[in-house]
Design a protein around this ligand. Sequence first.
Ligand code: MLT
Length: 233
Amino acid sequence: MKTIDVCLSPELMHLYEVRNRTVVAVDILRATSCMVTALAHGAESITPFAQMEECLNMKTKGYLTSGERDGKKVDGFDKGNSPFEYMGDQVRGLKIAFTTTNGTQAIEKSKGAKEVIIGSFLNLSSVVKYLLLGENNVLIVCAGWKGRVNLEDTLFAGAVVEKLKDYLGPDCDAPLAARHLYNLAKDNMAGFLNDSSHVKRLNRLNIYRDFEFCLSVDQYKILPRLENGVLVA
Ligand code: MLT
């Protein structure tokens, strides 16, 4: 039986051997939700950067630049980190250079994996189907917040573990914990997350609608994957 594990924070990545695994990088609020949205709306590619300066430099190469720190758009960047900035024709055909507080850091730390795909509630079924049919053991890497665990990424991990429970065995206790949490939360995820740290942060920035959208399941049937450091659909 294939196995599934959950890395609850990128700071714990040194505990996991990823060379032979499929890694699912996840930052529900909001980086991977934005990436899925942008690629679903026709962006040509997304190049993730851990460092802001490197990302901003891509402007000179014709890239649209997206930069967020602590939830706020960074001066000099074309776009911030709201999925609503990546819909319709706003990004169609464009190459995007993207840097965020946690999401792109998690992708950076996943780069040694056999393959890296991008997960969010927006493309949950596509992720589950791919993992079910794939040959590799799985590690879900939660972006968390600055090295700390967060609830929303853990819930997503739990949703994946729950849906694959008859096909992939848990490698340790983190997938079991995530699954139990998801089952507690699934009937009212927004309510369950109401007191969580990043939801409070987003509420202070007045972006509740981003939060609601990022929790909506299966808006898109796409599976972004990392190819030579670049995300494509
Ligand atoms: C991140 O990468 O830390 C988040 O996406 C932050 C945000 O909500 O903008």
